[in-house]
Design a protein around this ligand. Structure first.
Ligand code: PFF
Length: 450
């Protein structure tokens, strides 16, 4: 059965693909900007704790269920359920997951399109085409639709080639390029005047802030979004892993790469803000907070690049190129979720599935663009703030309570025969059963009523 579906050819291929999914705009944009607005290192600290204690166990739940079932989330949750009621709830969870994954892609493609536009704008500047460069960086419907469309076409192109030829091959090419670009940029920015002040802000935690509930909620959302959890992405990638693979180890590698890149991006973006300040760019809001979110990426950083002259054009191109790659390796994993479902459940050919679902998602992005003010923020909050943690909670419940413990152990033993004697097996089962669900729900309730 596994061979009729796609399968990753190697550990490296899987880790690059899953880390490619995890590492995206969430790491390079979301994490540093949230860290900037939530007290720098305080946020970093909470994020690290949550990533290891909550997100990694939840990631493992998805990977193990997926590898066991060698199927999409709907079928996988059905398979591990002992009775029809749980089978139905499992199937519903999988279906909601694939709708949420598609909705995430619909806003993600818009933002990724901006990244491509900003990247090309640097090229236009280099060629002296300043009108074109200005058009590319100005918010407007034609530009937004055009670049969202281009981005979706790239995503469709990769996914239509399948697991090995598409997802694995492109992740294995793009991820090393992303890492190299990120390291280069960090090394360069840290040599500029003002960067050390940014480093200080990033690395000195403000403990009072670290314990504020708003910060913890933001950090949990960031950790879940960053590891692509809750929507079945990691489950479907898990379903393409070879049975001999040691899951706790590969899951750990993916978590480490994801965290490493988020932390590295902080070393780039926060010092860059202080370089901007040093160059006379305003980086604080009227209330004295650091500027964050879209203003940071699309206003503060470009203003910084402008103050840097020719070097600024190159750095700007490299930065937005990095963002575009990061977005692409994530968006392919989002599209694979609904695509795998319709292929396996409704017998569609991959190409038909990819084109029809990709087209529908592009339409949804178009609707968001036409109603930008009212829909953009709403779709982001609905998917990332509420749906992802809740669906992540469901996956933990299925791994911890619904699935038979012996079967789970057998699944893990396939790739690590000694797993029973490891720390992982001593901690993870009760963690995913009790700790993760209680904490996720607690934080979630607080975000609703707190
Ligand atoms: N992990 C991606 C990021 O950090 O940008 C976002 C993401 C990818 C979320 C895939 C959900 C998903 F299914």
């Amino acid at each position: 059965m596994a061979s009729a579906r796609g399968e990753f050819s190697s550990r490296f291929g899987f880790v690059m693909a899953a880390a490619g999914s995890a590492v995206g705009l969430g790491n390079i944009w979301g994490f540093p900007t949230q860290a900037a607005s939530n007290g720098g290192a305080a946020f970093l600290l909470i994020y690290l704790v949550l990533a290891f204690t909550l997100a990694y166990p939840a990631l493992m739940a998805e990977l193990i269920i997926g590898r066991h079932a060698h199927a999409n989330a709907v079928n996988a949750l059905r398979l591990i359920s002992p009775n029809s009621q749980l089978r139905n709830i499992g199937a519903a969870t999988g279906i909601i997951g694939f709708i949420v994954a598609s909705l995430i892609l619909s806003f993600y493609a818009i933002v990724a399109g901006w990244m491509i536009a900003f990247c090309l704008s640097s090229l236009a500047n280099l060629l002296g085409l300043s009108d074109l460069a200005a058009w590319l960086t100005t918010f407007g419907l034609p530009r937004n639709v055009l670049f969202m469309g281009i981005f979706i076409v790239f995503t469709i192109g990769i996914i239509s080639a399948g697991v090995r030829e598409g997802i694995e091959r492109w992740s294995a090419r793009l991820m090393p390029a992303l890492l190299a670009t990120l390291f280069l940029l960090v090394a360069y920015v840290l040599t500029l005047d003002g960067a050390m002040e940014g480093l200080r802000v990033y690395l000195l935690p403000d403990f009072e802030r670290a314990l504020s509930p708003t910060l913890i909620i933001a950090a949990l959302g960031a950790a879940f979004f960053s590891l692509s959890l809750g929507v079945g992405t990691m489950l479907i990638y898990g379903s393409y892993i070879n049975d001999d693979e040691n899951l706790p180890v590969v899951g750990g590698l993916v978590t480490l790469v994801d965290i490493l890149i988020a932390v590295m991006a902080g070393f780039l973006v926060i010092p860059a803000m202080y370089v901007a300040l040093h160059n006379g760019v305003d980086i604080f809001t009227a209330t004295g907070e650091l500027i964050s979110e879209d203003t940071l990426i699309f206003t503060v950083l470009p203003e910084l690049f402008t103050t840097m002259g020719f070097a600024g054009i190159i750095v700007s191109f490299t930065f937005f190129f990095l963002m575009s790659i990061a977005a692409l390796t994530s968006s392919i994993s989002m599209l694979e979720v609904p695509v795998a479902y319709v292929i396996e459940e409704h017998g569609l050919k991959r190409k038909t599935a990819v084109f029809s679902i990709g087209g529908a998602i592009a339409l949804a992005s178009g609707v968001i663009l036409l109603n930008f003010e009212s829909l953009f923020g709403l779709v982001i909050a609905f998917t990332t703030r509420y749906s992802q943690p809740l669906l992540g909670f469901m996956f933990c419940i299925y791994a911890g309570w619904v699935w038979h413990r012996d079967q789970l152990l057998q699944e893990l033993r396939k790739g690590s025969p000694e797993v029973e004697h490891t720390l992982f097996w001593k901690i993870w089962p009760w963690y995913v059963k009790l700790v993760c669900p209680v904490i996720i729900l607690g934080i979630f309730m607080h975000s609703l009523w707190g």
